[in-house]
Design a protein around this ligand. Structure first.
Ligand code: MG
Length: 345
């Protein structure tokens, strides 16, 4: 018998997080726990307001999940097909079920998730550290705090992009990922920006233009001297094939993909289509970050730092040391004593 529990949680951030489309200081979450016999797996839904899900919609969705028709906790594909069919949307809520099921199945099988998924896994891997939009002075401070990281991910798409990049370059030579979060609305200006950024040791540009500007995006892809990665424009498996028209790569996030089951399919299809794979995240606890780590061997670029900018992480899991996520080979997604949070719920 499966038993599902959930707990609303407000994740507080160390600093105001500002991107082209708004800013916030906290992120609403739902933490989940799925028990089968005496084993418990843990999951999480992170719901930044821009994506449309809330704690209320997630609770409503999770309350509808009835696993009484299932008796094999290793049948994640079957269970997730059922969960996905309950309602459209609700990707983060679905991911919270998927992640908990993977944690549960890994613990039952005695395997870390990457082995459960028949992936080779990695011992350790570099993640970028995200620097959100701010004044040049504060940006320089944040960059200096991130000197251990091999890559920085800069949020651009603001009115002073050039000033931001120059501020970074005054204090750092670290190669950059750039995420414009749809902030560039003119294709010629976008190309001009990318041409300039290429000279600043930028590796790729994430979501330069609004997702509905399809003709402009296709044009920009054909001209861009740097790879373009789709994030807001690539949510789920059904979006991957079309991504080839606009992007050189895709950013897979478990909250968008409904978790590891579909995220893995997205990564495999992307590779088949010769698309680069980036693994991304939201502001998240170590639960969702640890889960995503298990897909690392399929990724070209890793941006799994959402647990580093928060002040109240309820979990300890895959740790980031010296800018690298370090495998701990714990069965499941890799959390250490996660039940201590739930004792207080
Ligand atoms: Mg992005």
């Amino acid at each position: 018998m499966f038993k599902i529990r959930y707990s609303p949680y407000k994740l507080n951030m160390k600093h105001v997080f500002r991107i082209a489309r708004g800013s916030r200081i906290s992120t609403p979450l739902i933490l989940t726990a799925i028990q089968f016999e005496d084993v418990v797996g843990y999951g999480e839904a992170s719901m930044p307001p821009l994506y449309g899900e809330t704690q209320e919609t997630a609770i409503r969705f999770i309350s509808k999940v009835d696993l009484s028709g299932f008796n094999d906790p290793l049948d994640i594909e079957g269970i997730m097909n059922y969960v996905d069919g309950i309602d459209i949307g609700n990707s983060a809520a679905k991911a919270s079920i998927d992640i908990a099921l993977h944690d549960l199945a890994g613990k039952i099988a005695g395997k870390p998730c990457y082995k459960l998924l028949n992936l080779s896994g990695v011992k350790s891997i570099s993640t970028s550290r995200t620097i959100s939009i701010d004044t040049p002075g504060i940006i320089k401070e944040r960059v200096l705090e991130a000197k251990d990281f091999q890559f920085l991910k800069l949020k651009l798409g603001s009115d002073n992009d050039i000033e931001i990049v120059k501020a970074v370059r005054e204090v750092s030579n670290q190669p950059l990922f750039v995420d414009a979060n749809q902030g560039w609305k003119d294709k010629n200006l976008a190309l001009e920006n990318i041409d300039w950024l290429k000279e600043q040791d930028v590796i790729f540009i994430e979501q330069p233009m609004p997702v509905d500007m399809e003709d402009e995006m296709a044009w920009l892809k054909s001209k861009s001297p740097l790879p373009i990665v789709g994030d807001e424009g690539v949510q789920r498996l059904k979006d991957v094939e079309k991504a080839v028209d606009f992007y050189h790569g895709i950013n897979i996030k478990l909250v968008k993909s409904t978790g590891l089951n579909e995220g893995l399919k997205m990564a495999k299809l992307a590779k088949k289509l010769d698309l680069k794979v980036m693994l991304g995240c939201m502001s998240e606890t170590s639960c969702a970050i640890s889960a995503a780590f298990h897909l690392a061997s399929l990724a070209d670029w890793i941006d799994l730092d959402g647990n580093l900018g928060i002040t109240n992480n309820p979990y300890k899991g895959i740790e980031t040391i010296g800018g690298k996520l370090i495998n701990n080979d714990i069965p499941g997604i890799g959390l250490v004593n996660p039940e201590s949070y739930w004792d207080g719920v």
